[in-house]
Design a protein around this ligand. Structure first.
Ligand SMILES: [Mg+2]
Length: 245
């Protein structure tokens, strides 16, 4: 499933055929995969710069540039996901600010159907997320999907980000799994590369993490714009709809 594909997938590409009988474990990313990334994009790129500008009496453009430079300095590390790190670094209560705009948290179309389908065929999925436990709490309060999962693993517990290949063997200490019989779905190619290096066999890329952005299909992983593409046609009764936000 994760072999390179020289052709560029399009919205009309055939849906990935997953050999469910050969899959024991399903790991799912949260932000951008199950939930609309619009919330995170809005929070970090618009809301927080606005609050930061007010706190430090900076012009909005300058505040945004300063924050984006700080974000880049910790990209792909565990610090990036740590709300307490950001509260200390920026002198703001980042958890409280997240709650302020939590009405923008939204679930992607067909996710609830896909989670129900997985449980119906006996594959209790596990959430594997870089989201900070506090951010996770805020999101699952707004979008109550926690009951679908056999387990929820935050990168903070592992002490490594999913982008780090060492994450995957370390995950095996927290929850036993056979990488050769595992499906993992994520919207970030760099994370899928790391999972491939960790030996995970069935990898699926989410091409449209944010409802406000066009789909960008992966040329290296089976790539879908909606979980409807992983559902048997007879199972999906959910009407297409825009994610909240
Ligand atoms: Mg993600």
């Amino acid at each position: 499933m994760n072999s390179p594909d020289s052709s560029q997938p399009t919205a009309d590409s055939p849906r990935p055929k997953l050999p469910w009988a050969e899959i024991d474990t399903v790991f799912l990313d949260l932000d951008g995969t199950l939930l609309d990334k619009h919330f995170d994009d809005y929070f970090w790129e618009q809301h927080l710069p606005m609050v930061y500008a007010g706190r430090h009496r900076l012009p909005p453009g300058q505040a945004r540039e300063e924050l984006l430079a700080i974000y880049r300095s910790v990209e792909n590390t565990l610090a990036w996901t740590d709300l307490h790190y950001w509260s200390n670094r920026l002198g703001l209560d980042v958890c409280a600010e997240k709650r302020q705009v939590s009405h923008l948290v939204g679930i992607h179309p067909h996710v609830d159907s896909f989670l129900t389908f997985l449980n119906a065929i006996g594959k209790r999925p596990r959430l594997v997320t870089n989201a900070h436990p506090e951010a996770l709490r805020i999101k699952l309060d707004k979008v109550p999907i926690g009951h679908h999962f056999a387990g929820i693993i935050c990168s903070q517990e592992i002490g490594l980000a999913k982008e780090q290949p060492e994450f995957w063997p370390a995950l095996g200490q927290a929850t036993s799994y056979d990488p050769a019989r595992t499906l993992f779905v994520d919207d970030t190619e760099r994370v899928l590369d790391s999972a491939a290096a960790g030996g995970l066999r069935y990898l699926v890329h989410i091409a449209r993490p944010s409802s406000r952005q066009p789909a960008r299909f992966s040329s290296r992983f089976p790539s879908i714009s909606s979980f409807a593409e992983l559902l048997p046609p007879t199972f999906n009764n959910e009407c297409p709809r825009a994610a909240a936000g």
